[in-house]
Design a protein around this ligand. Structure first.
Ligand SMILES: [Zn+2]
Length: 692
């Protein structure tokens, strides 16, 4: 999966132990029926093979009730043991093929998320799953052990207005009086954590890869105009990865579904990636925030993670390091060398900093954080490819995937294949890159300098700026058409103070969008001399630029505030409504601006704290409202409810804001006042949050 906030999110690590070594579950047919009160009922039929006779079989199944349990044709009644987590069926089973069938009802507290079912809005009801780290066994009796791979054939029964998207090929859609049945069918096995479904009001656009694989791009009908920018480069990425990896895409088709309030950026469920609808963008937003990297990352997992799965969390490099690396390679293909090497430079810098603070982690440490698994993991592959050569690397990857296809593997398994193909000992690579806590900065820096001239130049500049007087450095001379944009941006971010204002003004006048943006972000206070240049950036086609420039102009030139606000009235911005929320905040605190509309602005800004909006919108609205002291009672109550949100970053920021509010006498009084009218559950939640 791709996390939205990169560093330091933790992973739940499972110990590796094949729980049922004498059993092989091969296929499950499941019928699933979700209910609007968050329950899931279903029937599962598992096929399994007994390799040497056993006296029981078990499933992971959390907080469920079971009915009609049959082993073969024999109804099982007394021989059931259940502790709320593991369902065990006792009975002597001889070597050979068997079947087990049972009904279940679950009310999952995690893994399945019901969005928009409590409001009266049309078209926003969704149900979606997140299996990795959250365990599919909360809604489907299955296996938490990644080593048990099963062919999942899922059928869903839902009200006719919804679309169901799940793993495999849609075999049949049938409507009865009240329900619509969606029958999906897989042909290959996978680990349970990759099982998924998304239900809601979705349309799709279908295209085909060069190799003929159907690629289904889902979207909500309201977003039909955003389909192209959202999914831009999808086919190119697919075709590139198939060719680069050298192994055909292993599944029947590929679907991608954007959903509301997703836990991460994206999740690579087999053939069925679910991702955050915060990546559903228009063409302007695409400049600053797009799905390209996440798109490539989740697609790469279809080989690295889904086709070949780690044996346990100790081998997580085989998933995240590989997916991150192949996503960067896809970006290199699309956006060129400078983009690729500068992006790698940025991650190397972070890794080097963390390592320098003594916080470095080894890739073989199962408790390592995401920065290590993703970014250091990608770097390890960059350096491995450099070490063994491109051809050997690609042959090694291909052999590894072929050898362990639809099975599980360890880091040693991977290295053994690569060693055999490379015909050389790779134990020094293993030591330096996989077992070493530290980040090998010097070799990384040399590598980058050797690959990308603009980085070599940048490293030289760093030395010169350190040693000599600022004025000796004619930094602005790099602002010409020869210099790649990432270097220009880096110069502005690091050394804008060393460039004279008159040169900065020229840079803003003549440079392209992203370089202007770097100036807009880097320069903290707009000098009089650059006023008109900054004003010109209000019409730049970038919501990040517009947001930064509106705020900085508003701050620096109070006499012109109304003019600036007029200019950006009606602009919404990125999916988190960055421009609109800032605009409303500034409009509210500018007394002379549209006094007759203040009430409407106040209501609009407070309105964005409601549950129907994405948590990223709500988080920003809460922050602005808090800063200007304009949280309405309804918003305050929305904030209290958000303290229990399923997205932990949002939950955390909401709790922090409540605690912050509770520090002042005025805030305390308001919270106490609202507490009286809260239902018990919210009252307890509020007390829990403010109790030190
Ligand atoms: Zn991932």
């Amino acid at each position: 999966m791709r996390l939205s906030l990169l560093p330091f999110a933790f992973l739940i690590v499972q110990a590796y132990a094949q729980k049922q070594p004498h059993l092989d579950f091969t296929r499950v047919e499941a019928e699933i029926k979700p209910y609007s009160d968050n329950r899931i009922s279903g029937i599962v039929r598992y096929d399994f093979t007994v390799n040497s006779s056993v006296t029981s079989i078990s499933f992971d199944a959390v907080d469920m009730e079971f009915s009609n349990v049959y082993l073969g044709t024999k109804k099982v009644t007394d021989e059931i043991e259940y502790d709320g987590k593991t369902l065990q069926l006792k009975g002597n089973l001889e070597k050979g093929k068997h079947k087990v069938t049972f009904g279940f009802v679950a009310k999952p507290k995690q893994t399945v998320y019901f969005m928009g079912w409590n409001d009266h809005l049309e078209g926003n009801d969704q149900i979606w799953t997140q299996g990795q780290g959250k365990y599919t066994s909360h809604w489907l009796p299955s296996f938490d052990d990644m080593n048990e791979k099963v062919e999942f054939d899922l059928t869903f029964h839902v009200p006719p207005k919804y679309t169901v998207i799940s793993n495999g090929k849609l075999k049949e859609v049938k409507t009865t009086d009240t329900l619509k049945t969606w029958k999906y069918d897989m042909t290959q096995p996978m680990s349970s954590y990759l099982t998924a479904f998304a239900i809601g009001d979705f349309d799709k656009k279908v295209m085909y890869s060069a190799s003929g694989v159907p690629i289904e791009l889902y979207f909500e009908p309201k977003d039909s105009l955003k389909v192209e920018p959202t999914y831009r480069h999808s086919k190119a990425i697919f075709d590139f990865l198939e060719k680069e990896i050298g192994v055909a895409y292993p599944w029947q088709n590929y679907k991608q579904v954007p959903v509301q309030d997703f836990l991460y950026a994206g999740m690579e469920n087999t053939g069925c990636t679910i991702f955050s609808n915060q990546y559903v963008v228009d063409s302007i937003a695409f400049i600053d925030k797009n799905y390209v990297n996440v798109n490539a990352h989740e697609l790469a997992h279809q080989w690295f993670g889904n086709l070949v799965t780690e044996v346990s969390g100790k081998h997580h490099w085989l998933h995240e390091g590989f997916a991150t690396y192949y996503a960067y390679l896809s970006e290199k293909q699309l956006f060129g060398n400078a983009h690729f090497y500068w992006k790698l430079y940025a991650t190397a810098q972070t890794l080097n900093k963390v390592s320098g603070e003594g916080e470095g982690e080894a890739l073989t440490d199962p408790g390592a954080g995401s920065l290590t698994f993703y970014e250091k993991g990608a770097w390890a592959l960059v350096m491995l490819r450099e070490r063994v050569g491109e051809l050997t690397f690609r042959q090694g990857i291909k052999s590894y995937l072929e050898k362990y296809a639809f099975k599980n593997a360890t880091i040693s398994n991977f290295l053994a294949v690569m060693t055999r193909v490379a015909k050389e000992d790779l134990s020094d690579f293993r030591e330096e890159w996989l077992e070493n806590d530290e980040f090998p900065w010097e070799s990384v820096k040399n590598y980058l300098a050797s690959k990308e001239p603009s980085l070599k130049l940048f490293f030289e500049l760093q030395e010169k700026v350190k040693d000599t007087k600022v004025t000796d450095q004619k930094l602005h001379q790099f602002f010409n058409s020869e210099t790649p944009e990432p270097l220009k941006r880096q110069i502005l971010f690091e050394w804008y103070q060393k460039i004279p204002d008159s040169s900065l003004a020229k840079i803003i006048q003549h440079e392209p969008l992203k370089v202007r943006q770097a100036a807009a972000l880097a320069i903290p206070k707009i000098p009089e001399q650059m006023k008109s240049e900054f004003e010109s950036m209000l019409s730049d086609q970038s919501y990040v630029t517009q947001e930064a420039v509106l705020f900085k102009l508003w701050e620096a030139f109070p006499a012109n505030r109304s003019k600036y606000l007029d200019q950006l009235d009606g602009v919404v911005g990125l999916p988190n409504k960055n421009v609109r929320l800032l605009w409303l905040t500034l409009a509210l605190v500018t007394p002379e601006y549209q006094p007759e509309s203040k009430k409407a602005y106040f209501e609009e800004l407070n309105g964005y704290t409601a549950e129907q909006f994405n948590f990223e919108v709500r988080q920003l609205a809460f922050q602005y409202l808090y800063q200007i002291g304009a949280l309405s009672d309804v918003s305050l109550r929305n904030l209290i409810k958000a303290c229990d949100h399923h997205v932990w970053q949002f939950k955390k920021s909401s709790r922090n804001l409540i605690r912050e509010l509770n520090k002042s006498q005025e805030g305390k009084t308001r919270l106490n006042g609202i507490k009286i009218v809260l239902p018990d559950q919210e009252k307890q939640l509020l007390e829990k949050v403010i109790t030190p």
